[in-house]
Design a protein around this ligand. Sequence first.
Ligand SMILES: Cc1cc2nc3c(=O)[nH]c(=O)nc-3n(C[C@H](O)[C@H](O)[C@H](O)COP(=O)(O)OP(=O)(O)OC[C@H]3O[C@@H](n4cnc5c(N)ncnc54)[C@H](O)[C@@H]3O)c2cc1C
Length: 687
Amino acid sequence: MKIRNIHTVVLGSGASGLCAAVRLNAEGVDDVAIVTEGLDKGVSINTGSDKQTYYKLGLCGATPDSPRALAETYLSAGGTDGDLALVEASTSTRAFFHLVDLGVPFPCDAYGQYAGYKTDHDPAKRATSCGPYTSREMCRALIQDVKRRKVDVYEGETVVKLLTRDIDVRNGVPYKRIVGLISITSDGEPIVYHVKNVVFAVGGPGGLYKTSVYPEVHTGAIGLALEVGAITKGLSESQFGLASFTDVTSRSIRVKNVSRPKEFRWNVSGTFMQVVPKFVSTDCDGSNEREFLWDYFDEPGDLFGRVFLKGYQWPFDARKAIDGSSFIDLCVFYETAICKRRVFLDYRENPARFSFDALPDEAREYLTKSGALLESPFERLYKMNPGSIELYRDWGIDLATEPLEIGVCAQHNNGGLDVDVWWRSTNIEGLYPIGEVAGTHGVARPGGSALNAGQVGAFRAAQRIAREYVGGRRVGERSLKESVDSRAESFKDINAYVGAVAELIALTASSTSRGVDWRAEREELRTRMSECAGVFRSSVNLSRAVSEAREQYRRLTRLEKRDGLIFDDDFRFDLDAIETLRNVQLCVAQIAYLDSVYAVVLSKVGSRGSSLATSSDGTVISTKFPEDWRIQDEDANFRDKAFCSYFSNLDDEIVTESFWRSVRPIPEPDEWFENVWRDYRDGKIFE
Ligand SMILES: Cc1cc2nc3c(=O)[nH]c(=O)nc-3n(C[C@H](O)[C@H](O)[C@H](O)COP(=O)(O)OP(=O)(O)OC[C@H]3O[C@@H](n4cnc5c(N)ncnc54)[C@H](O)[C@@H]3O)c2cc1C
């Protein structure tokens, strides 16, 4: 069996993983490699939006800003730890200018000022963008730097297992140390990595949802860390919103160097809504077209105004569900999920009763200032944002001639693995979750803060790992002692590694002999998640879902007799086996997510962030919706708490331990320069 000894493996090559590899190398950690499904995989390089946003400290004009003010914005919706918010705020400028220096074309004026605009949940114009593909631009610049620095990249590998050693139990919580991971190459060869650290940059849980704007190619792998008992935080807090999905299998595509999906998915935010398109729904076969939004509105100005506002209020927001712009999402959700119809945005024609005079002042002024008082939504879109039309054309979709199918899609998870201020897992030593898989956001987050958090996590993890690797000396004076030690240890662990690979072989062989169809299993899992843990959360549905998910996990992991299994040097997993193992980690993740959502609903936290908790005595949203669409108000007492969980047993009984804890406040450290300098010199900042 092939074993690679590497001090630090960066698992994943999205914007956060790539940045971690660059920063580790820059900090002097030369025994580092990226292991990834592919440099063209993941969310960062395969997605974007109307104007994909990067959030950072304000850097323009006379508007004052400070790390603390930014941290307070992060904390405003609740569920966020103040120390993490302060680090994300204070490191945001460093991470941003790192990208600028690598050539990411964030716009500045003639005086070097990086002007900003206001994004969702942002009071202070801190957002910036380099167009629809900000995260792709970031990845491409970082890939160049990874190559320039000659960091090893193992592409085409799927990691299917993390290997740990027990340390001890503290306050009832098991603590472990990471020792390695098992990966399978694209031709099925198992490879063991023996490591000191894993920077875990596997992205969000895209593979869990059926109705999703995560790129099809991205499943995520948080389940691997959950399997070894890593503590999570805030898993119940996700972000949903209106997005398009179009089958592009038979379309001619102009985009190069990205994974070719079956379905092209894109957020319909910003100008896609500000031009006030026509919303129509049809039966599944495309018949019976009608403008369903008129079922809910009497006043044209009210309907057009709410559609317009969705432009810069993109994520579904519980506070805007009844009389705000998120009501539009609910109408779309009702049409698709309950009436089982398809919903489209049509840019070719205005909605019925449309006139510029009927628009609310804000919308009319916006269109007037943009020179877009034009005949059709398509013409308005062309005038205000021609790039958005070209973007769809790149994927063979012509908004001038066809409507665009949409739904209320899962887009981002604000929670994830629990980390400390150096982005270390709080109970698995050597595991550094960064990017979307790290649970650093709370109930809601400003648009663009996900990309900032990923870069900041990368900087912090790299700095902390380098501190140990370099052994407190300056870069250039380091010793390789640590990597030599780890090589010696690998021989001790080899039997454990062989055993772990044999387990995986037994599991996939058993699955094949029982005729388990991984595609059907994936479909079942995704449907359950979209139905029970999307925008609407009901305790009845969740109670059913948590037991069904457990049943599925038992089915996926049931082992039969191992006799007759052949495991030699030439052993290869086939593609179905890799997908079967992926299903196992997705199912583990689903149980953790559903358990969290269910527990939060039972705690009566109510409707907040991007989801609504239903309750028989709750507020009626609209009499046009089903009788049980009554929503519970938010209990604001939970804003200063975070919900955490971990698996204490996955072998026979699946046991989730969970607890609410208080969020940590924004620290008020001693800012006197001489004292900061002394602590820095003495390495106290790492304690
Ligand atoms: C449509 C859309 C629009 C968005 N818009 C914005 C925005 O405007 N602003 C913002 O801040 N955020 C936005 N986000 C969120 C943001 O893009 C993501 O949170 C971020 O890109 C995630 O980066 P990452 O590095 O954590 O993970 P990813 O970019 O998803 O990378 C994960 C990596 O891990 C690898 N990987 C995963 N599992 C395995 C495995 N088992 N073995 C090997 N490799 C593995 C993948 O191949 C990939 O390389 C948006 C998201 C979507 C879907």
